[in-house]
Ligand binder design. Structure first.
Ligand code: PBG
Length: 334
């Protein structure tokens, strides 16, 4: 040891393992893999040709007949799965169209199942796209939600989607008891193998704005704060996660993702179940809009937003960046 080395005050040279791409890659703690990404898609029973969604650049509403096209693209990109939403021909007060075996989601599931075996097919279950009032459950005469009357409709929709080939049922309605009702319904109909990914900690968020345009499901009166979680509450999310796990959920979701990274980390620490996070429409659209103004680089910011969600503890990320990210990662893995 030289005199200088002995006398120099010690400080840690953290930059030693940061100084080259090779070392940074070696010690990277979190990696994104296209296989962990899920693409949300919208199947619209009223369309003959794909229609661009203005608020979600690069995304379309797909006619049933073209569902296979987007599924093939997703499979070729190597992403893990699709999350299907449906826009029905007509809506009604009870949202019964959610359980129509000839509705857009079951028809698309059948077509994709037969043609594209390499994707996990996840069917969103909720009434808001199917009710004339746009709420996620059935209504009592006073306009409040009838939680318990909604459960059988959700369970029936789940059975229809399972029969059409869904691997996973993802209830996003936030009714109490829906995971148990859906599990009971699926098992009763012989769908023991169909898994449930529950939107366990779903917050009443302003970031759903672009989705409500895409899926045409904005509530016609009031808002969803009577059933979705209050933005300020973290402990309450733990109660929801625990309840859904106890009711039989196979995977748990936190939604939105970016503003709720603490909840993702808490979910990861609390449960050994796979944790999914949904980077929602407004998270995607705000990055796209800023990039259109030249204010940030979409590729870099998009991947940063995803790695942050993975670092917080998500195993699965549902994101409108899924196809872009798969392409970005194939050019430059991280
Ligand atoms: C409701 C549902 C919503 C989203 C997924 N499922 C909207 C809502 O609760 O208002 C939002 C997804 C997004 O913003 O990307 N069934």
């Amino acid at each position: 040891m030289t005199l200088t080395a002995r006398r120099a005050p010690f400080f840690r040279r953290g930059r030693r393992i940061r100084r080259s791409p090779v070392l940074r890659r070696l010690v990277r703690e979190t990696r994104l893999d296209p296989a962990m990404l899920v693409l949300p898609i919208f199947i619209d029973a009223r369309l003959d040709a794909p229609a661009p969604i203005a608020s979600l650049r690069g995304h379309m509403r797909w006619p049933v007949a073209a569902a296979v096209d987007i599924a093939r693209q997703a499979a070729a990109a190597g992403i893990g799965g699709l999350l299907l939403f449906g826009l029905p021909e007509t809506k009604d007060e009870q949202g019964l169209g959610a359980a129509d075996p000839l509705g857009p989601v079951p028809l698309a599931l059948r077509a994709i199942r037969a043609d594209v075996p390499e994707l996990a097919l996840i069917a969103d279950v909720c009434l808001c796209e199917y009710t004339s009032h746009g709420h996620c459950g059935q209504l009592l005469p006073d306009g409040t939600i009838d939680n318990d009357a909604t459960l059988p409709v959700l369970a029936e929709a789940a059975c229809v989607y399972a029969a059409a080939g869904a691997d996973v049922i993802a209830p996003s309605d936030m009714m109490d008891g829906r995971v148990a009702a859906i599990r009971h319904g699926l098992d009763g109909a012989g769908h023991h193998e169909t898994a449930i990914l529950s939107y366990a900690a779903k917050y009443a968020s302003a970031f759903y704005g672009p989705f409500r345009d895409a899926a045409d499901c904005a509530p016609q009166f009031g808002d969803r704060s009577g059933y979705q979680l209050d933005r300020a509450n973290g402990r309450e999310a733990l109660l929801e996660l625990d309840a859904d796990a106890a009711e039989g959920a196979d995977m748990l979701m936190v939604k939105p993702a970016g503003p709720y990274l603490d909840v993702i980390a808490a979910a990861r620490a609390r449960s050994a179940l796979p944790i999914a996070a949904y980077q929602v429409s407004g998270e995607f659209a705000s990055l796209v809009a800023a990039s259109e103004r030249g204010w940030l680089d979409l590729r870099s910011a998009g991947l940063e937003s995803l790695i942050g969600i993975a670092r917080a503890g998500a195993d699965v990320i549902i994101t409108y960046f899924a196809l872009d990210a798969a392409a970005w990662l194939s050019e430059d893995p991280r």
